[in-house]
Design a protein around this ligand. Structure first.
Ligand SMILES: Cc1cc2nc3c(=O)[nH]c(=O)nc-3n(C[C@H](O)[C@H](O)[C@H](O)COP(=O)(O)OP(=O)(O)OC[C@H]3O[C@@H](n4cnc5c(N)ncnc54)[C@H](O)[C@@H]3O)c2cc1C
Length: 313
C-alpha cells in the first residue's frame, strides 16, 4: 500500500480517487460507510460558504467548479447543473467567489418571493449526495482502491502503516488529531416529495442558527436547515424538522402538506482555515485534509489535486 486515507466522506473519497488514478495503491479506512457520513446530508450546491482562508479557497473552489461541471455532463454521477436564487430581506452583496459563476445576475423583482428585497440568480453544479457518494466509491474501487470499515483509534499508532497517510476525518479531527480549532456546525435537513419545484433557493437572511433553503433533486426536495455551532448531536430533532418545513413552506407554498420522506443530520467540520498541510509521522508523511465547513463538496477536488501534486513530487 502506498497511501492510507482516513475517512470516506466527500473529502476522503475524492482524495483517494485522485491518488489512485495517479497510479498509487490506496486504501481507505473509515469509521462508517459513505452514506452514513456528514457528506450525505449536504444540499449540495457548489459554493464556498463558511470556510477559509479566502485566497486558498478561491483556487480550490475554481478547481471544484471545473470538475463538478464536467461530472454534471456525465450520466450516473448524481451531479447536474441547476439554476437557482439566493435571496434576502436586506441588501445582499455577492461573495468574493461568485465572480467564478458565469451567469450570475441580480434577480428581477418578479423572481423575489413576497417580502424579499434583494437576490441573485445563477447556475451551478448541484449534487444528489446519496447518488454522488455511490459514484465516488465505485470510481475509487474501479481505480483499484480498497475501502475498509475500520475506525482508527490514534494517528500516532498508524506510523509505518503506509509511506503516506491522509487524514480526512472531518469534524472527528477535533478528537482524533486532536484539534480544538475544529468545531461541529450541526445541519439538519428534511427530505420531502417534490411538489414541482425546479430551481433551488437559499434565503441568506442572517438568522443563526436558522437558514432556509430548498434543493430539488428530481422527485424529491431537500429542505433546510440549521447552522448550530458546537452541537454534536446527530439525531434528527422533530421540532427542528417542523420549523424547517414551515420556514420553506412560507416561501414556497407548494411545500405545504408535502409528504415527508426522511431526515438527515450532518456535522459541518468548521475551522477558521481548512487544514491542508503535511507533517512527518514515523518515517513517512501524514497529510491533514479537514475543516471544510459548509463547502467540502465544492472544494474537495481542488484540495485532493493539491495533495496528489505534492505526493507525486
Ligand atoms: C446540512 C448540510 C448542508 C451542506 N451543504 C453543502 C453544500 O451545499 N455545498 C458544499 O460544498 N458543502 C455543503 N455542506 C458541507 C459538506 O457537507 C462538508 O464540508 C463535507 O461533507 C465534509 O466532508 P468530509 O469528508 O471532510 O467529512 P465527513 O463527510 O464527515 O466524513 C468524515 C469521514 O471520516 C471518517 N472518520 C472519522 N473519524 C474516524 C476514525 N477515527 N477512523 C476512521 N474514520 C474516521 C468518517 O467515518 C467519515 O467517513 C453541507 C453540510 C451540511 C451538514
Amino acid at each position: 500500500m502506498d497511501v492510507l486515507v482516513i475517512g470516506a466522506g466527500a473529502v476522503g473519497l475524492t482524495t483517494a480517487i485522485s491518488l489512485a488514478e495517479a497510479g498509487l495503491s490506496v486504501t481507505i479506512r473509515t469509521a462508517v460507510l459513505p452514506e452514513q457520513t456528514t457528506s450525505v446530508a449536504a444540499g449540495a450546491v457548489w459554493g464556498a460558504v463558511k470556510v477559509g482562508p479566502a485566497d486558498r479557497v478561491l483556487e480550490w473552489a475554481r478547481a471544484g467548479l471545473e470538475v463538478l461541471s464536467k461530472l454534471a455532463a456525465e450520466p450516473g454521477t448524481g451531479v447536474r447543473m441547476a439554476a437557482g436564487r439566493e435571496v434576502s430581506r436586506v441588501p445582499l452583496e455577492p461573495y468574493y467567489w461568485t465572480p467564478l459563476l458565469a451567469d450570475l445576475r441580480p434577480c428581477e423583482d418578479s423572481e423575489l418571493p413576497d417580502g424579499f428585497a434583494d437576490g441573485w440568480h445563477y447556475t451551478a453544479p448541484l449534487a444528489t449526495m446519496p447518488v454522488y457518494l455511490g459514484y465516488l466509491r465505485a470510481r475509487f474501487e474501479r481505480a483499484g482502491g480498497t475501502l475498509e470499515v475500520s475506525p482508527v483509534a490514534s494517528l500516532a499508532a498508524l506510523a509505518g502503516a503506509a509511506p503516506v497517510i491522509v487524514n480526512c476525518s472531518g469534524a472527528a479531527a477535533h478528537d482524533l488529531v486532536p484539534d480544538p480549532a475544529v468545531v461541529p456546525v450541526r445541519g439538519q435537513v428534511v427530505i420531502a416529495a417534490n411538489p414541482g419545484v425546479e430551481e433551488f433557493l437559499i434565503n441568506r437572511d442572517p438568522e443563526p442558527p436558522w437558514i432556509v433553503y430548498m434543493f430539488p433533486h428530481g422527485d424529491q426536495i431537500l429542505l433546510g436547515g440549521t447552522n448550530d455551532e458546537g452541537n454534536w448531536d446527530t439525531e434528527p430533532d422533530t421540532e427542528v424538522a417542523e420549523r424547517i418545513i414551515a420556514g420553506c413552506a412560507a416561501i414556497e407554498p407548494r411545500l405545504r402538506g408535502a409528504e415527508i420522506l426522511g431526515h438527515r443530520v450532518g456535522l459541518r467540520p468548521w475551522r477558521p482555515e481548512v487544514r491542508l498541510e503535511s507533517e512527518p509521522l514515523g518515517g513517512g508523511v501524514l497529510w491533514h485534509n479537514y475543516g471544510h465547513g459548509g463547502a467540502g463538496i465544492s472544494l474537495s477536488w481542488g484540495c485532493a489535486a493539491e495533495i496528489t501534486r505534492s505526493v507525486l513530487g
